[in-house]
Design a binder for this molecule. Structure first.
Ligand SMILES: [Fe+2]
Length: 259
């Protein structure tokens, strides 16, 4: 019973006492304050997120610029090497073209920008080889050959600071493009399928382009003759399965200029 004798409190008919009305008003006011605070907080968080997003975009754009600059520098180095030897003009571009065509036949999914950089940069280490050896028109002495054979490892050192841009495939081509299938190549003497496939592919197109280009000490070989020599080295210098793929590819090509 209500001790006041009034009938303002009555659960049964839904009426509310003044005390309860005050408490409800306080509760609603508190709720409204909290809601306003949450809205302010949400707006602040949104502004912080927006600023963070803008910073990320700016940073991403700067990294992309840096990446492009790095690659331009290394490509320039590769072209400097090529420019030193007038007899190998456009060798890089042709090797890249042949390499992409042959790789496509073997495994399309291997074609990445990093693989193509490997093709383009394979001889970048020649920047560290003395010109007297690099441009010598005749055969190299054993001593000179030892120096020349350091170019894959010099190349790996040159691109080492660019690991965020160039991946393992790029380094594989640079390091292993002079390995031989029989294990007698350099710099690591890897044998058979221990040699990365990218390098097994590239060593064939590199040799093919060398054979079908004029050199100071000989004229370019005819395509048939170059193919005969590649076939003769299948299982020795080259992976026989990759040579077979290259031969099939060549059936659709009439001249190196058609690539
Ligand atoms: Fe090389």
């Amino acid at each position: 019973m209500d001790p006041s004798g009034t009938s303002e409190v009555n659960d049964a008919d839904g009426r509310v006492s003044p005390e309860e009305m005050d408490s409800d008003t306080d509760y609603r006011a508190e709720l409204e304050r909290t809601r306003s605070q949450l809205l302010v907080f949400a707006r602040d968080m949104s502004a912080v997120y927006q600023r963070k997003r803008e910073h990320e975009l700016k940073l991403g754009a700067l990294l992309e610029e840096l990446r492009t600059d790095y690659l331009s520098i290394v490509e320039t180095l590769a072209l400097v090497v090529e420019a030193k030897d007038q007899y190998t003009a456009n060798h890089l571009e042709r090797c890249k073209r042949y390499g992409i065509a042959l790789t496509s036949r073997i495994d399309e999914s291997m074609i990445t920008p990093q693989l193509q950089y490997g093709f383009l940069l394979h001889d970048v280490g020649k920047i560290g080889i003395p010109e007297g050896i690099l441009m010598k028109p005749g055969p190299l002495t054993d001593e000179e050959m030892t120096v020349m054979r350091t170019h894959p490892l010099i190349g790996v050192q040159i691109v080492a600071p660019m690991r965020r841009v160039l991946d393992e495939v790029t380094v594989e081509v640079i390091r292993h493009h002079h390995e031989r299938f029989d294990g007698n190549g350099y710099p690591d003497g890897l044998k058979g399928e221990d040699i990365p496939l990218s390098a097994r592919i590239f060593s064939i197109v590199d040799s093919f382009d060398a054979m079908t280009s004029d050199r100071p000490y000989r004229k370019a070989l005819a395509l048939d003759e170059a193919l005969t020599r590649l076939r003769a080295e299948a299982g020795k210098q080259f992976d026989p399965e990759v040579v077979a793929e290259f031969e099939q590819l060549m059936q659709s090509i009439q001249s190196p200029e058609d690539w």
